[in-house]
Design a protein around this ligand. Structure first.
Ligand SMILES: [Zn+2]
Length: 335
């Protein structure tokens, strides 16, 4: 089975120095080989400096992360540097030939008591080495950002970066919440209409259908998703466009497939529900194949396939229109 390989480069970082510790990370070229499926990657070791307070032992660094690589779809999924998951990139450091390791996550979180404080000599959060923790955080975040950039430069690869669902205006957020009646999606949540939700109703939260950002390779073909008859408001493109804007922090400049094959695009942009490939099709509820990408409303709904021409930035959906918790209340039947 073929693997996906790349090299990412980070550093050099300016030296940090105090009487107990010197940190100096030179430019590193890290080779990565991604195998199909969900796996962990661990880098080779690299030098990070010297721990003067422990017999001047060299400090060894090592990076690790979990990823998912779908070989058939040519899609790789990794965590953003702000995504608070144990799957995210982690910098493991240890004085050479000791059993003391510290763990630094790219995301601003962690379990310091378990991951640093237990060590008798190696703990860069200690007041013996002020500022060293900030240095470590910069190293691991820069490494993760460099990995994402390297992945986005690989031809013919879709890169999904897991991110937290963005904070939206309340009304915009409500427009993304689907009300299910006995397991069937029937309406968009509206606090005026749904002053009290009944025992047969459940609200599906958009966080659960949001996987993160995605970048597509130039010239990748994509097609419209057929409006699902089960979608209570199939044309929710405006709502999802707000998510796209929040994720990417910008307004789309033009249709992502602008003038592809001479198509006459207009300037009215919406967040189209699309799938990879040249064939427009329906998707079943719970599908993991749907993305949101800005297209003009002339392209929206067309049977013709499009290509990534002028914008490669998308939003990745997961579990499209899944019923909350996979449960629904079955009404009592009268005999
Ligand atoms: Zn267009």
């Amino acid at each position: 089975m073929a693997s996906l390989t790349t090299t990412f480069t980070f550093g050099p970082h300016d030296a940090y120095h105090c009487p107990s510790l010197t940190l100096r990370v030179e430019a590193q070229n890290i080779q990565v080989s991604f195998q199909a499926g969900t796996n962990a990657f661990t880098s080779s070791d690299f030098d990070m400096g010297v721990l003067h307070s422990l017999y001047s032992r060299p400090i060894i660094g090592r990076l690790t992360l979990r990823y998912t690589y779908n070989e058939v779809k040519r899609e790789i999924t990794v965590c953003s540097s702000d995504y608070p998951s144990a799957d995210g990139m982690t910098l493991i450091t240890m004085p050479q030939d000791t059993a003391e390791a510290c763990f630094e996550h790219a995301a601003p979180c962690g379990f310091l008591a378990d991951e640093c404080y237990k060590n008798s000599a190696w703990n860069y959060h200690s007041q013996l080495m002020p500022g060293a923790a900030t240095y470590m955080k910069q190293v691991v975040r820069n490494a993760n950002d460099a990995l994402i950039e390297a992945l986005r430069n690989i031809p013919n690869l879709t890169v999904v970066v897991r991110e937290l669902f963005p904070k939206l205006e309340q009304a915009v957020y409500h427009d993304l919440c689907v009300v299910f009646e006995s397991g069937v999606p029937t309406a968009i949540y509206n606090p005026d209409l749904h002053a009290v939700l009944g025992a047969h109703q459940a609200v599906g939260l958009p966080e659960s259908t949001f996987a993160g950002s995605a970048t597509w390779a130039t010239n990748s073909p994509f097609s419209n998703v057929n409006g699902s008859t089960s979608d209570p408001k199939p044309n929710r493109e405006t709502s999802w466009m707000n998510v796209w804007r929040a994720v990417w922090g910008a307004d789309p400049a033009q249709c992502s497939s602008y003038h592809f094959n001479g198509y006459n695009c207009n300037g009215n942009l919406i967040g189209g529900h699309i799938i990879a490939g040249m064939v427009r099709q329906s998707v079943t509820r719970g599908s993991n194949d749907v993305y949101i990408i800005p297209i003009c409303n002339s392209h929206n709904g067309t049977n013709q396939y499009m290509e990534v021409v002028s914008n490669d930035k998308a939003v990745r959906l997961t579990g499209y229109l899944n019923s909350p918790a996979g449960l629904f209340r079955v009404e009592k039947q009268t005999l």
